[in-house]
Ligand binder design. Structure first.
Ligand SMILES: NC(=O)c1ccc[n+]([C@@H]2O[C@H](COP(=O)([O-])OP(=O)(O)OC[C@H]3O[C@@H](n4cnc5c(N)ncnc54)[C@H](O)[C@@H]3O)[C@@H](O)[C@H]2O)c1
Length: 306
């Protein structure tokens, strides 16, 4: 019996963003078909500690993740992913921070691939923290970027992200901007990756056609998107139960009457539908679900366990 421990660098070297996107896309389709047992996560101390679990029925495998979250610390996420299978005595323990950024990027990659115009190549990202690099990498994997604009309340963070990504986005024009409103005006894709508690821009600041991903708000008190954008967009979410428990912007928009629950479509259902959802404006809102961590842990188990 062996417990394999996999650190952040090994995770990054073992799993490409393309593999992660394909694994998470498959997981969302399986989730919509009832392939997982996945309780709503436990949030302790108003989300400072999270416990998440998912069991995949067909493979009798399970993932449990525990993490602590502290935005005054870098990285904000620290913790552990544990993988086990009933048919195998060996198990795997992986760094939760690296798994989380990869699987959150992968969900956004799968959604962007489904929803953004085929030729979209201009991305604005708001929030240049720990999640941001994999958000950009995921979008670049499915829609090769020609232009990237990075916005952060802290300009040094925006500059640092631009510098980190420059060698990976060869041929793309990268700039930083101070104001989110101005920076989304000509974007074809927008990624929101902040811990903001109020909308990052007004709906009118966006162009008529745009795809917006929002990963930041994961508590009812947090919001990145205005009600008006949700009301005027095709809204795709990761999982209804989790969203109605945790997504501040969706809860706000439902309570204000801007949208109803019937306006929300799960990504797995959208991926399984014969035609992709239509709409000039599309939004993918994710709070993150345990199936995504399971999907990355499964790739790691396949690569690292004997
Ligand atoms: N949906 C998911 O699956 C998922 C997964 C992991 C993290 N998250 C959430 O995503 C958010 C970002 O995570 P992180 O680890 O990158 O955090 P982080 O603290 O490393 O970075 C957040 C960044 O957002 C910036 N910011 C905050 N408010 C802003 C505003 N109004 N305008 C511009 N910039 C602003 C901050 O300056 C900071 O650089 C957090 O809320 C986190 O909980 C979601």
């Amino acid at each position: 019996m062996q417990t394999m421990t996999v650190g952040p660098r090994e995770i990054r070297e073992a799993v490409t963003m393309r593999e992660a996107i394909d694994a998470v896309r498959g997981g969302f389709i399986d989730l919509a078909a009832g392939g997982f047992e996945m309780p709503t996560r436990t949030a302790l101390r108003d989300g400072r500690f999270l416990v998440m679990s998912a069991h995949h029925r067909a493979t009798a495998s399970a993932m449990i993740k525990t993490l602590s979250l502290n935005f005054d610390r870098a990285p904000a996420i620290a913790g552990t992913v544990v993988w086990s299978e009933t048919g195998r005595v060996d198990s795997l323990v992986a760094d939760a921070g690296a798994v989380t950024t990869l699987r959150t990027g992968a969900a956004v990659g799968a959604a962007t691939d489904l929803l953004a115009p085929a030729d979209a190549s201009r991305l604005t990202i708001i929030g240049a923290g720990g999640q941001a690099p994999d958000q950009v990498r995921a979008v670049h994997t499915v829609r090769p970027l020609r232009e990237l604009t990075v916005v952060d309340a802290d300009p040094r963070r925006a500059e640092a992200l631009a510098e980190t990504l420059a060698p990976e986005l060869t041929g793309a024009h990268i700039r930083t901007a101070a104001e989110a409103e101005a920076a989304v005006g000509d974007a074809e894709i927008v990624c929101c990756a902040t811990n903001a508690t109020s909308p990052l821009f007004a709906e009118a600041a966006l162009p008529a056609q745009v795809h917006v991903n929002a990963i930041g708000a994961f508590r009812p008190t947090m919001r990145e998107l205005p009600d008006e954008l949700l009301a005027s967009s095709t809204v795709i979410i990761d999982e209804l139960e989790a969203i109605l428990e945790e997504s501040g912007e969706i809860l706000h928009a439902v309570e204000s009457g801007a949208i109803t629950r019937d306006d929300l479509t799960e990504l797995g259902a959208a991926l399984s539908a014969p035609e992709p959802p239509r709409g000039k404006r599309t939004v993918f809102k994710t709070v993150g679900v345990a199936m995504q961590d399971w999907a990355i842990a499964r790739l790691l188990a396949d690569k690292f366990l004997p």
